[in-house]
Ligand binder design. Structure first.
Ligand code: SAM
Length: 253
């Protein structure tokens, strides 16, 4: 395992589902990543994710897999969780390290996590699986997430919903998407978690606020988001699939 000396080369899975597009080089986009969406929209989703984590889990050893520049990792850490940020790309971790040198990160791929079994009480990833993309690598990453989680501990996967019609449009505009991504169906995530030995506790489509929502209209967009999230059938179009699972076995300590 390498902590933020960040010497080794990224070991992310390079299998691309597309014949034409190469997977994102996150070292190249790292410096622009935090500005790829408007700050008030980023803030909305960070708050939403932190609220979900606090409502469903308790502070303990936590892995943020595919942490990127670590905006969520730092919020979760500040909420009292002992967060280990992990990402295969040193450029992303360098941005995190500049902002939060107190959060030593690990450079590794989710397909082969450099931790013993049962290390974390909570293992989560946000907006990562569609970049892992290759079906075998996605399954392997989910199994790895469960492996490093303690029995009774939680695994949270928060990723783009393939049913949301806006994603393909947004993904053409942001630097971190090249066309090699694959939006992962909810059932595939559930199957991978089950293969690792975790069962679902919460399976919810969440989020709707788009990147183009003006700051002054954010309260309106947030109200609409809440309505859609609670509307049966319509909520299948939400922006994200959110799946919280518990690893089978005794309660985490
Ligand atoms: C869209 S960014 C999301 C970053 C962060 N989780 C967030 O919500 O802002 C996708 C991240 O997944 C990481 N990633 C790509 N392939 C990965 C893999 N095989 N294992 C772990 N992380 C990976 C990328 O390096 C990148 O930081």
């Amino acid at each position: 395992m390498s902590r933020t000396t960040l010497e080794p080369t990224a070991t992310t899975t390079r299998t691309s589902p597309s014949q034409t597009a190469a997977q994102t080089d996150f070292d190249e986009v790292a410096e622009a990543y935090d500005e790829s969406l408007p700050a008030h929209v980023v803030e909305h989703y960070l708050a939403k994710r932190l609220t979900f984590i606090r409502e469903h889990t308790r502070p303990g050893p936590t892995l943020d897999l595919g942490c990127g520049t670590g905006l969520l990792a730092e919020r979760v850490s500040d909420a009292g969780y002992a967060v280990t940020p992990l990402d295969p790309f040193r450029g992303m971790l360098r941005v995190l390290g500049r902002r939060r040198p107190d959060l030593p990160a690990v450079q590794a791929s989710g397909t082969s996590l450099p931790f013993p079994d049962r290390t974390f009480a909570l293992t989560y990833c946000v907006a990562v699986m569609h970049h892992v993309a290759d079906p075998d690598a996605v399954r392997q990453t989910l199994i790895e997430m469960v492996r490093v989680t303690r029995p009774g501990g939680h695994v949270l996967v928060w990723d783009h919903n393939p049913r949301n019609p806006y994603w393909p449009l947004l993904m053409q505009r942001v630097p971190q998407d090249t066309g090699a991504e694959r939006l992962i169906p909810e059932q595939e995530i559930l199957d991978g978690l089950a293969a690792g030995g975790a069962r679902p506790l919460v399976v919810k489509p969440l989020g709707l606020v788009p990147d183009f929502a003006p700051r002054r209209l954010l309260p309106v967009a947030t109200g609409l988001e809440r309505l859609v999230e609670h509307a049966p059938l319509l909520n299948r179009l939400c922006a994200h699939n959110v799946i919280l699972a518990v690893k089978d076995g005794r309660a985490a300590t």
